[in-house]
Design a protein around this ligand. Structure first.
Ligand SMILES: [Zn+2]
Length: 545
């Protein structure tokens, strides 16, 4: 059978590229191909110049994979396997991907396999977890890029649009949903013609009985805000806008997601609901509202602003002044719908702040005590960890069985229908995702414990310096210190729970901690602040006076 052959070459740096390594690679490949009596068209020579082998995101490789997936290439020749990828995991991923569509991989300098079979098996087992993780990441990345390249918007269409899936030659697209779109236009007009605020808009929509997006119980302020800043309505949707956490050089958007540099965004056109100029005017108006609110805001007098959470419903609490007294109250007290409001009471700031400040002082003055109770908790956690490990192994076993079954399926390809195969793969994929999630969570937690121990012992060391300066701290400094040491404060009716957090960088344990806002805390992230995920983090329970 005739096979269309392609060659793939890669060098990792521009320097290598200049020195002609790429040419020698190509020459060797062409010679090899000629010796075998195969033929390679010039446009089947895939070359990545100056790309690292540590990632699969390389333009030529992406094109090669596309063509293979479409069945246009049946054989790929590379000089050595590390040209394909430096990671074993990625090599395995590509091999599996191409094997599945019947594309042969020929490696000119294939190292001899000295390993007995069980050694290979061990190797595979070792990368198993990593493999699954990479596969998932890679699929998502490529899936999105494909959609973007075809100019298709994501399937999750916002209020005002309806997603129309791909059919035959017609690409997927969004269609305007006329009734909803009319409401979108009205809402935009309310902002710049009537100068309504977000809260007022939400209230008006609820009064008019307009069904909210997604069929919720009512319009919320956040829903209205999202709608007013969504660039889709002026006809533009972006891919590749937010990225994975913790990458260097990324800012944050208003929702706490990391934002990639603008030149990496991919723009897709969708039908216009609000004219460009009108959209811009509304953005200006929103900005003005925000500035006004900032100007009118009283100097912040709430020591625990942003750290304090309601124990009844779990939402954040905010500071409020009433009759000359300062209070914290649950945010859901401001819900537009009465039945959604929390039944918790307002609490005077003095009642809580003093207690928290004392606890923080105690932590600084007697870190050993905290360290001890923390060690106890850690041991308990480790015991539970053993049990978890056992369950984990069981799960892995099941997954391996599932994998085996898939192999059998592939073997019997002619017997089972394609749908059945797809369905089985889907189920397997789901189980893998879950395992991956748990794995990441476990890793994060382990890191957290480690960082915590380190930080506590550095506190022991810096105790004397800290102690001295404690009494003379200004309100601002106090607040900074609390922010450095407390993850959150949860207020119940008769007690509060203080959850600690500690800097991992020892230099930050100086009496005058740097950094102010939570967004710019200069120390390593302790565990996600999403609330209730780390119940085993060190706690301090205090009865309220
Ligand atoms: Zn509440």
């Amino acid at each position: 059978m005739f096979k269309v052959t392609a060659i793939y070459a890669r060098v990792s740096s521009d320097k290598q590229a200049k020195e002609g390594t790429i040419d020698s690679q190509l020459a060797a490949l062409r010679e090899f191909v000629a010796q075998k009596g195969w033929q390679v068209d010039p446009d089947r020579e895939f070359v990545d110049n100056g790309y690292s082998g540590a990632t699969l995101a390389r333009p030529a490789l992406d094109r090669l994979r596309d063509e293979i997936a479409c069945g246009q290439i049946q054989r790929v020749v590379v000089l050595s396997v590390d040209r394909l990828s430096r990671k074993f995991v990625h090599q395995a991923l590509l091999r599996e991907e191409w094997e599945r569509v019947g594309c042969e991989l020929v490696i000119v300098n294939e190292p001899e396999l000295r390993n007995p079979q069980d050694q290979v098996l061990n190797q595979i087992k070792a990368v198993f977890a990593e493999y699954e993780r990479e596969v998932l990441l890679e699929r998502t990345r490529r899936g999105l890029l494909h959609r973007a390249e075809r100019g298709e918007p994501p399937p999750s269409a916002p209020y005002g649009y309806r997603y129309v899936p791909r059919e035959g030659q017609a690409p997927a697209h969004w269609e305007i949903e006329p009734v909803q779109a009319e409401w979108v236009r009205k809402i935009y007009r309310w902002v710049w013609q009537e100068h309504l605020g977000i809260r007022a808009i939400a209230r008006r929509l609820n009064q008019m009985g307009v069904p909210p997006p997604g069929g919720g119980e009512g319009w919320r302020e956040s829903t209205v805000h999202r709608l007013l800043v969504n660039s889709a309505y002026r006809g533009e949707v972006y891919y590749n806008r937010s990225g994975r956490k913790g990458k260097a050089g990324m800012g944050r958007d208003g929702h706490g997601r990391t934002v990639k540099p603008e030149q990496e965004w991919i723009k897709i056109k969708v039908p216009v609901i609000v004219e460009g100029w009108e959209w811009e005017v509304v953005q200006q108006e929103l900005k003005r509202h925000k500035e006004l609110a900032l100007r009118n805001a009283k100097p912040r007098r709430y020591l625990l602003q942003g750290l304090i959470r309601c124990g009844v419903c779990g939402r954040k609490m905010r500071g409020r002044e009433s009759d000359g007294n300062l209070y914290y109250h649950c945010r859901s007290k401001q819900e537009l719908l009465r039945e959604k409001r929390c039944r918790s009471k307002w609490v005077r700031t003095e009642r809580i702040e003093g207690v928290v400040w004392e606890a923080v002082k105690r932590l600084i003055e007697e870190p050993e005590q905290v360290l001890r109770s923390y060690e106890e908790q850690r041991e308990m956690w480790l015991r539970e960890e053993k049990e978890r490990e056992r369950r984990e192994l069981e799960r892995e076993k099941k997954m391996l069985e599932a994998r085996h079954k898939r192999l059998v399926d592939a073997y019997e390809m002619g017997v089972i229908s394609l749908e059945e195969l797809v369905e089985r793969r889907r189920r397997l994929e789901k189980a893998k995702q879950e395992l991956r999630r748990q794995w990441i969570e476990w890793e994060e937690r382990a890191r957290h414990w480690q960082a915590y121990t380190e930080a506590l012992s550095s506190l022991v060391r810096y105790r004397e310096i800290l102690k001295e300066s404690l009494e003379s701290l200004t309100f601002e400094r106090k607040r900074e210190l609390i922010r450095l040491l407390v993850e959150e404060v949860v207020v119940y009716e008769d007690k509060i729970v203080i959850r600690h957090i500690l800097p991992t960088d020892r230099s930050l344990c100086s009496p005058h901690p740097r950094g102010s806002g939570r967004g710019e805390r200069p120390f390593a992230p302790a565990p996600s602040t999403q609330g209730w995920r780390y119940p085993e983090a060190p706690l301090l329970r205090v009865e309220l006076p």
